[in-house]
Design a protein around this ligand. Sequence first.
Ligand code: GDG
Length: 454
Amino acid sequence: MSLTVVANRVPIRQTDEGWETSVGGLTTALLPVLEEQGGVWVGMGEDPDLPERQEYPAQDPDFLVRRVPLSTQELDGYYYGMANRVLWPVSHYLIQHLELKDEFIETYRHVNRRFAEAVLDETEKGAEEVIWIQDYHQMLSPGLIRKERPEATIGHFWHIPWPAMEIFRILPWSRELLRGMLGCDLIGFHVEEYVDNFIESADVLLDAEVEGNRIRYDGQETRVEAHPIGIDVDRFKSMSQDPSIEQEAQKFRERLGSDHIVIGIDRLDYTKGIRSRMLAFEQFLEENPEYHGNVSFFQIATPSRTELESYQQIRREVDEVVGRINGRFAQESWVPVNYRYRTYTQYELCAFYRAADAALITPLRDGMNVVTQEFITASRDGVLILSELTGAAYLLPEAVQVNPYDHGGVADAIRTALEMPTEERTERLRGLKSTTETLDVHKWAGNFLSSIQR
Ligand code: GDG
């Protein structure tokens, strides 16, 4: 088998030391497959000075990077428009952020066509080839590739939630987008609930023929399956057991100077529920004065999609709530909310996970959320407080589950976590760790690829 990966971004970047592979779940999972079997990675080219085709590594190449160069106008309509202001909010049920503009779908059609052409260019007719497309940026390219290559093996993995049919059908282009996806042989989602939602969308909106997890439409059969993604468990495990991480964690605890540390780590995105989480923490402080001075909430918000107004707005809102809470409750030697709007290394994140008594992971919606798994793997006896509106919640019943919109409930959960007896913490974490090991990202890629070749 030779593999062609299609993703929004290419997996390599230029640094002062030269070209290197970027860090991230997808790259970690798929590069070993490409290195072993060879293949192509197709992604957008944002910099016109970079070549369209680049063998990597330059000396003794393992695979080919194929860029689809995009103009500013293409990037605006396809990525900042259709992907980030239409498909992202609708899939997360946050339709107040939805902006339905014809120019978005028009550019999206055009860019998906260019991605499909790049794939056709780089693959041979009839070859033993698996084309694996990633995420909501490419819903139409499967259909376009299928038209030219009826014999091709095409898969798609959707990393975010697939919403209920009644939400998805709000999109004026819902049927066209579904038809594009049904060019695939296999479509993967994190959990069965998204599989069911997708099948219902195809059933109701296209009147497709459905039998179990198989959809037949327009002469093509598509299987739809749950393939929950994981993290690189071994890497996180060995990093967190390194003695230097323990020292870092200890230093971090001393710097914060509190008996208890609660952490949150997210991209700054309105789906992650950071503002609601702050309001819940504020309520916790109101209701539990005995904790003033001895619990610190450490929240990292990594800058993300900063060009978009809704992301600038959520940043202002979080800044405002953090300022208010600290203004209300801070004391001479205690700051209740330690908020950092910046990026850290994975090593530093690992020390924070290790130091925390509890992680507060409360997205308003999230396809999976792998920060949960990083915390579980790195933690020794921490408590996971988890939004029930995440894919992870379906898989992790031992977490303390909350509704992120219920600030009182989240405030109670913080207290429960901080007061949980050691035996119960350890017992819950044991269950969480054992599930997380089964979700390893290498197994995820292996399972999807073997299923598509079956
Ligand atoms: C999508 C879906 C699904 C964060 N800050 C820093 C940093 N991170 C890393 C975390 C984690 C990753 O970013 C975020 O993972 P999530 O799962 O929360 O989410 P999304 O980016 O929204 O991704 C999501 C995922 O796809 C996979 O399918 O789980 O539901 O929305 O790994 O550690 N990493 C570093 N510095 C930071 O400051 N190095």
